[in-house]
Design a protein. Structure first.
Length: 135
């Protein structure tokens, strides 16, 4: 994960931001945010952060509350205080004990191909090996 101490934008605790926030660099949200967030780096929602948006970022760490979807290019980490209603799409997902999540999860492992096709092809290959007695 990115070095969070190099965050170049912060929505501080007690702050409220509504609108579009497109940033080149990392963002930390400890206040309340509603709108649209896009960053080419990391997005950290701190324990006091409350976010209502769809997130597009390289990496996402959720320690606060999110209503919306996450599309992360590298990784999503949900810490023990994380609360989320929404869907996650990422190649890597780390979930701590205590997380609350309601939504669907799509982990593609970095593959470009649709995960459903990868699994179906793998299952089909295993069935063929089973038929031939190969384990």
């Amino acid at each position: 994960m990115a070095k969070y101490d190099q965050t170049n934008s912060v929505i501080g605790e007690g702050s409220i931001f509504e609108g579009r926030f497109y940033i080149s660099g990392s963002l930390r949200v400890d206040g309340k945010f509603e709108g649209d967030i896009r960053t080419d780096e990391a997005l950290v929602v701190g324990e006091t952060g409350k976010v209502k948006t769809n997130i597009s970022a390289r990496e996402v760490v959720l320690a606060g509350t999110l209503i919306g979807d996450i599309d992360a290019k590298d990784e999503v980490r949900l810490t023990e205080t994380g609360r989320m209603l929404g869907d996650i799409t990422t190649p890597v997902l780390n979930i701590s004990r205590g997380v609350v999540l309601k939504g669907t999860v799509n982990i593609h492992g970095g593959h470009k191909k649709d995960p459903r096709k990868i699994v179906e092809e793998s299952y089909g290959l295993m069935r063929e090996l089973d038929k031939k007695g190969i384990q």
